[in-house]
Design a protein around this ligand. Sequence first.
Ligand SMILES: *Cc1c(COP(=O)(O)O)cnc(C)c1O
Length: 390
Amino acid sequence: MSEPLALHGGRPVRGAFLPYGRQAVDEDDVQAVLAVLRSDWLTTGPQVAAFERAVAGVVGAAHAVAVSSGTAALHAAMFAAGIGPGDEVVVPALTFAASANAVLYQGGIPVFADVRADTLTVDPADVRAKLTPRTRAIMAVDFAGQPADLDELVAIARGALLPLIEDAAHALGAEYRGRRVGALADLTTFSLHPIKHVTSGEGGLAVTDSAERAARLRRFRNHGIEPARGEEYSPMLDLGYNYRLTDLQSALGLSQLAKLEPFLKRRAEIAQRYRTELATQPGLALPAVLPHVRHGWHIFPVLLDPARLGTDRRTIVAALRAENIGVTVHYVPVYWHPYYQARGYARGSCPRAEWAFERLLTLPLFPAMTERDVDDVLAAVGKVLGHYLR
Ligand SMILES: *Cc1c(COP(=O)(O)O)cnc(C)c1O
């Protein structure tokens, strides 16, 4: 007889709950923030500028603009790309709601494209199929940290004279054919939320090689106001927002950015252990990793096989959480959200994203995880799937 599931009153695999992601903040980070608290600047000051320069250098873009969240970065990118009322933007169906919401903020219309069945990044063929005379931009998302098919997407965007915007919230430090994410699309956005690669508490970045787009991003985060050039006041040219990142946050971001490489290495080590040990686990499949990418491993999604398991994903999630393993789901197709459903988006439009959603499960993955934590996740997955397999 195998151990009874914690869900059924058995002993959980571990005593303390393991979240699916969390920040790694050390004493250097604390000191960096304290130093700013004792300085002349709390908000926009030298730390913001230094952080922006460092990020531009790390990702290989000419300009980086720091804003108050990854969502604000997406909104600013839509503004910088000139998206306005009635403009269509092709967005992957399998992403966080914020990717598509940014289009709505500008009065635009998200048009959802399906994902590849193997990698779960957006399918370039479906992007092409979703273009209309009203399309004004294409958005890619580097799902789980794996860069989307950027060569194909750049070619489609160039051919149609459209900007390519990359939501790289999962992919700071990831690479595509030897080039860093951030150096490939017309505009690339990152998030600095605590579960992302590096954090500033809340925060985001938009990067671009275009000086003109960078100026629009900067204006947008500061009420649409252009810095005064010799006049006695600064003119407001556009309806912008207060999307500024503070010096306090930037100091934390800068201190964290110095540790990006060890963070990426540790994430990749954990992912490699999972991939090796789960390769032979019945009832579960792993999304493909393409040979020409450096995966950022923001999250570790697996695909359950409901037919082999004789139960649905909901039960597996409940059973693993009862074992104190903080699994979650990334993502419900954006247009399945009630807000989108109420606005006429029909289910069935992106069948591969919907197929994946029914099966997706995200296992814990963050740099501070110990080998023991990884052992616990693998033991719990084996225990729970073993119970339901038929
Ligand atoms: C985290 C995330 C965002 C939003 O970032 P915030 O900093 O939380 O606003 C946008 N898109 C994707 C794909 C994300 O994972």
